[in-house]
Design a binder for this molecule. Structure first.
Ligand code: AMP
Ligand code: ZN
Length: 481
């Protein structure tokens, strides 16, 4: 399997420390608000990656954190804790906010058929582990105490910038507009491992530590959680592209300094979902959620389909028009699958090349758009319907679009409409719209019951929709216009 690796800046052959087994880590959500559909793009693509690895035969242990402390509004060490910001906004405690938005996150994931990772760990649950790691980093002289906080000393590393060639000036965190530089730092990109005194003093959750009562920095949580559940050798680390710097860069710095050996060789970054006016962001306050999509009548899996149609390493622009297009294509696809007749023998010889095309697409840097094309190849293939359905069920282990269940629902809907069409020997010839057929049938029933007022009312209702009905022997004909 070839996968682009942000650490080497090229597509690499995917390798694991233990043959056949993948230790995988995913940066989880900061649970101070709902996940927006941009965050969920990252989780959808990471889900496809995990399922692809399983599909091609790996056994996977996937770990995810839940950020419920330490993620400050600047992504670096400035600003207030995002969790406290959420708690203040909703007049609740930080833990109430964390629980509420963690549940909301997994409920969104379920609607998008995103599998829950094997291990999910809230950051507040492993404070002792972070304290142990920070203590070791101080002992090894990679970390220092200044102004009450513990900082990681980036100057101690031969190579700090892993993902890009930018220099310190370009990436300097402290020089963002309106953010004062932290004078405790020896080097601009040194970062906090443990806070006892941030400029923001009003922290809700605090723990005792050798350096005083305080709380962990955001980056240390991911290193601590991964090392606990993935072990010392992580194979694959995932996140959205904005996490590459400073978050992942800092995770590498502290993990490798603590362990004394390389930590994670492969880094998978999903590019952003943008709107026409820029990056989607939770901190902007107004954003698109799965619930909003549902309120507007979209099936959440249409959004998953929309994401699969494009490559994870390209920015994706969200517009309602683009989503409508995806919805139209998805519904047509389900309609075509619904026309396949279940039952019969599966022809494995015919199935094999179809599966190979699908697998090749995914093994080429997770080309999901091509994997979706492979679905259409199945529909066009010269083989029986039973084989096509079996191959589609196989693909859906990775795509997770409920292709067969949706097709079955559609088949039943069609059968119901067909039954309604010729009920009681009354046959309706129309243009294939079950809703109109049903109204025509109701009009017939009203007439049969001598309820002529109702029959006329239905005729007028159909007329208002531009439908003309003509009574013919044994039934009715209808047409538009
Ligand atoms: P957060 O909840 O802010 O910690 O982010 C959760 C995940 O969503 C992280 O992996 C981010 O990198 C990712 N992310 C944030 N914004 C976007 C976006 N607009 N498009 C795709 N992924 C995003
Ligand atoms: Zn992380």
């Amino acid at each position: 399997m070839q996968l682009y690796n942000s650490a080497t800046h090229k597509k690499d052959e995917f390798k694991t420390h233990t043959p056949g087994h993948v230790e995988m880590y995913t940066c989880g959500p900061t649970v101070y608000h709902f996940a927006h559909i941009g965050n969920l793009r990252s989780y959808i693509m990471e889900d496809v990656l995990e399922k692809t690895l399983r599909y091609v035969g790996y056994d996977v242990n996937r770990v995810m954190n839940i950020t419920d402390v330490g993620h400050l509004t600047s992504d670096a060490d400035e600003g207030e804790d995002k969790m406290l910001k959420g708690a203040k906004r909703e007049h609740k405690t930080v833990m109430e906010i964390a629980q509420y938005y963690t549940d909301a996150f997994f409920s969104d994931c379920a609607k998008l058929n995103i599998k829950t990772p094997d291990v999910v760990q809230p950051a507040t649950g492993l404070i002792d582990d972070y304290i142990r790691i920070v203590s070791t980093l101080i002992e090894k002289d990679y970390a220092y105490l200044a102004g009450g906080n513990v900082y990681f000393d980036t100057a101690k590393l031969d190579r700090y910038y892993i993902f890009n060639d930018h220099n310190e000036e370009d990436l300097a965190v402290g020089v963002r507009e309106g953010v004062e530089e932290d004078t405790n730092k020896r080097n601009r990109n040194d970062f906090v491992l443990w806070f006892t005194k941030s400029k923001f003093e009003d922290q809700a959750l605090k723990w005792d530590s050798p350096w005083g009562v305080g709380y962990p920095g955001w980056h240390i949580e991911c290193s601590g959680i991964s090392m606990k559940y993935n072990g010392e050798y992580l194979d694959l680390h995932c996140g959205g592209i904005d996490n590459a710097f400073p978050h992942h860069t800092n995770e590498i710095a502290q993990s490798e300094s603590y362990l004394g050996h390389p930590w994670c060789p492969q880094w998978f970054h999903v590019h952003h979902l943008n709107t026409n006016d820029g990056k989607m962001s939770k901190s902007k306050g107004e954003f698109l959620t799965v619930s909003l999509l549902e309120e507007k009548g979209y099936d959440p899996l249409v959004y998953r389909f929309f994401c699969l149609q494009s490559h994870y390493r390209k920015a994706l622009v969200f517009t309602w028009e683009n989503l409508d297009n995806a919805a139209g294509t998805f519904n047509k696809l389900i309609g075509r699958i619904a026309n396949l007749k279940p039952g019969g023998d599966v022809d494995e010889t015919a199935a094999a090349p179809l599966k190979e095309r699908f697998r090749n697409a995914l093994e080429n840097d997770l080309n999901t758009a091509l994997a979706v094309t492979a679905v259409y190849d199945v529909l066009k293939a010269k083989t029986n319907d039973a084989t096509k359905l079996a191959v589609l069920a196989d693909f859906d282990q990775v795509l997770s679009l409920d292709l067969l269940a949706k097709a079955e629902a559609k088949r039943q809907e069609n059968a119901k409409a067909a039954a309604a069409k010729s009920a009681g020997g009354y046959t309706i010839v129309g243009e294939g719209d079950p809703a109109i057929d049903e109204l025509v049938m109701k009009r017939y029933e009203a007439k049969k019951a001598k309820n002529f007022a109702e029959a006329d009312r239905i005729r007028d209702e159909l007329k208002a929709q531009g439908i003309t009905i003509t009574d013919v022997p044994g039934g009715a004909k209808w047409s538009r216009g």
